[in-house]
Design a protein around this ligand. Structure first.
Ligand code: 13P
Ligand code: 13P
Ligand code: MG
Ligand code: MG
Length: 366
């Protein structure tokens, strides 16, 4: 068996109720269509999940990354689900479908994409993380901890296969440029950039021998549409075990619910709360931001075994409790930074209109 591609393609095509969750009818439609695609041999296997109001399509196939058939399959599902969402009057139907016409690739058209083509190992455990009410920068802290922090990942110290470190591909989403850092050699330089998680986003992580270890979705939806249309709730694929960090090392950073951008109206900082599939329905102030983790084994012939609901575990209860405490504290700030995002991130909200209205009332200070 040759290579298998794991493609995770997601979109918000209508929320139930408001932006809080996903109506089962949309998931049923997606499952039905993916079953047909599997029958027709377009894909090998699939799973359908949701995180909040985002529909998550997990697919395996042998067509490689950026394949038009795969992207069209996802696009057609999103447009079909949008029609159902419109009929049902679901909220923000077609929110992430920014264009009527499909051009061969869903990138830049609204949906989020993370794909990796791999030579499947005899046992290939992967974790697909899916978040709602946040943006791809949310993974920076997580990926740094998993692949570069020896206090998180014991394997960096004690596993000979991890000991030489990893390579991080970092995107400048404003300048549309990328740079690759070697870790641990260049962690201080890299942290200067990736600490600014709305500007520099980790796209991929590689082992030093070039083997892909992780890939994130990096669409900046608000910027693509030229106006605010919702946060680009991101996904992340991470390979685990034998030559990669262990499953538990990959989950470990989520025990500390770090602050991410998103939450209410995509305009607030809040803690990223790890939850089981059944609790991925952000309610309080449309949040706090959520992340689910689907553990999957990929077989040699590209079939999916799973998912296991990795955060459905009491060992993450304390993280959830801590996230609620942090949520209380952050909420108390109301419209004040750093709960509300800084001005640069507010550009696609009312800020320009308010500035336009007030501009003649600004007079020199002296
Ligand atoms: P096992 O001995 O259960 O395979 O675990 C090894 C490991 O890497 C745990 O993180
Ligand atoms: P979504 O990006 O999940 O649609 O949320 C948008 C929003 O405004 C939440 O308050
Ligand atoms: Mg929505
Ligand atoms: Mg969403």
């Amino acid at each position: 068996m040759g290579k298998v591609t794991l493609s995770v393609i997601k979109a918000d095509i209508g929320g139930y109720v408001g932006h809080s969750s996903m109506h089962p009818a949309l998931m049923d439609e997606a499952k039905e269509e993916l079953a047909k695609a599997k029958e027709r041999g377009i894909i090998k296997d699939y799973r359908v999940l949701h995180c909040g109001d985002d529909l998550e399509l997990i697919m395996t196939h042998t067509k490689g990354e950026d394949n038009p058939d795969i992207h069209k399959t996802a696009w057609d599902i999103f447009t079909a689900c949008t029609e159902i969402a419109k009929k049902m009057g679901l909220y923000g139907a077609g929110q992430d479908i920014l264009s009527e016409a499909f051009s061969g690739n869903v990138k830049g058209m609204g949906p989020g994409v993370a794909e990796m083509e791999i030579e499947v190992r005899p046992s290939e455990p992967v974790i697909v993380f899916m978040a709602d009410k946040t943006s791809p920068g949310a993974w920076n802290f997580i990926l740094y901890k998993i692949f570069a922090d020896p206090f998180n990942t014991a394997g960096l110290v004690i596993d000979p296969k991890l000991h030489s470190g990893f390579k991080f591909e970092v995107l400048d989403v404003y300048e549309h440029k990328k740079i690759v850092f070697d870790t641990p050699e260049e962690i201080y330089d890299m942290l200067v950039l990736i600490g600014a998680m709305e500007h520099y986003i980790i796209k991929r992580v590689f082992r030093k021998d070039g083997e892909i270890a992780a890939v994130s979705s990096t669409q900046k939806l608000s910027m693509m549409a030229g106006r605010y249309v919702g946060k680009d709730d991101p996904v992340l694929i991470v390979r685990t075990q034998s030559g990669f960090p262990a499953v538990g090392e990959v989950l470990e950073p989520f025990a500390n619910p770090h602050l991410v951008a998103g939450w209410m109206r995509g305009s607030h900082h809040g803690p990223l709360m790890p939850v089981g599939f059944g609790q991925a329905n952000p309610a309080r102030f449309d949040g706090p931001p959520r992340v689910i983790a689907a553990g999957l084994q990929i077989t040699q012939d590209g079939m999916l075994v799973g998912p296991r609901d990795m955060f459905d575990d009491p060992s993450f209860d304390e993280a959830r409790r801590m996230a609620n405490v942090i949520a209380n504290y952050m909420r108390a700030h109301g419209p004040f930074e750093p709960h509300r995002l800084g001005l640069a991130e507010m550009e696609y909200t009312t800020l320009p209109q308010v500035m336009e209205k007030l501009k003649d009332r600004f007079v020199p200070e002296e």
